[in-house]
Design a protein around this ligand. Structure first.
Ligand SMILES: [Zn+2]
Length: 266
């Protein structure tokens, strides 16, 4: 993995929904525990340094959220603007995977480089993308936007691992989707993994419980192992992709309860 650089690493919460443990964990009945509420929060991540600004995912679109009854708390571009970052400030958008809640605003970043796994692009343009179990998590028009980015030559297609900026490495883990990426940001204070949907909830890792939406179960378990291996180093931080606990485990970026931004770096 590459050298370190100085970055501010922020998690921006832009949506939420009510859920239950039975919906969220795969085959929850296997655990013999009562069902109960478990909310799902929706984040994207901003990595800002003196030389590069990297956005990790870009949230769902108003339509993508509303047709699924998700509550949008802020438009992602507005949440970025509140932090003083406009789309033209962003050098690179990492698409950790092509689900509606991760690529819904890609069209707002027409000049950025985009990093995405080759397997992800291949899957969503292939014969199984239309199967209902997969298609319900994607928006055709947004997949077209992603395909256009690739056609325009703006995409870096990741096969296994790639250094995308000083100190920032993406690794394909698969599992949740065929090309699910995790992002590791190395600064002098330590390394932070933005796990996205390789780890929706910390509980998945702590209790070895896969998430309900899974394309390849063995790869999902293997992804948990990779995250645990990363955590062996004491100077590491793991940021889960949809867990309300992110709001408890990390400090607010500013002392402003209305601003749903947490500082998730070391
Ligand atoms: Zn997803």
């Amino acid at each position: 993995m590459g050298e370190s650089a100085e970055y501010e690493i922020l998690a921006l919460k832009y949506g939420t929904r009510r859920g239950t443990r039975g919906e969220i964990f795969l085959n929850y009945h296997l655990y013999g525990e009562p069902d109960g509420p478990l909310d799902m929060d929706y984040y994207f991540w901003l990595v800002r340094g003196p030389e590069s600004t990297v956005l990790v995912d870009c949230g769902f679109s108003p339509r993508g959220g509303s047709v699924r009854n998700r509550t949008q708390l802020a438009r992602p571009v507005d949440a970025l603007a509140a932090l003083g970052t406009s789309p033209s400030d962003v050098d690179t958008v990492v698409v950790t995977h092509a689900h509606y809640d991760h690529i819904g605003n890609l069209g707002e970043f027409p000049d950025c480089d985009v990093v995405v796994a080759q397997d992800e692009v291949d899957f969503w343009s292939g014969p199984y993308a239309g199967k209902r179990q997969f298609a319900h998590s994607a928006e055709p028009s947004e997949l077209t936007t992603l395909a256009d980015v690739v056609d325009q030559g703006r995409a870096t297609l990741v096969h296994k691992e790639a250094d995308i900026a000083p100190g920032i490495t993406v690794t394909k883990v698969g599992g949740h989707t065929p090309g699910q990426l995790v992002v590791v940001v190395r600064t002098s204070a330590g390394a932070t993994m933005l796990a996205s949907d390789a780890l929706h909830y910390y509980e998945e890792l702590e209790l070895d419980r896969p998430f309900s939406s899974v394309e390849h179960l063995t790869d999902m378990y293997r992804g948990f192992d990779l995250i645990r291996e990363f955590q062996q180093d004491p100077h590491t931080t793991v940021v889960a992709g949809h867990d309300p606990l992110v709001g408890d485990r990390f400090p607010r970026y500013r002392d402003d309860q209305d601003q749903l931004v947490w500082k998730v770096g070391p």
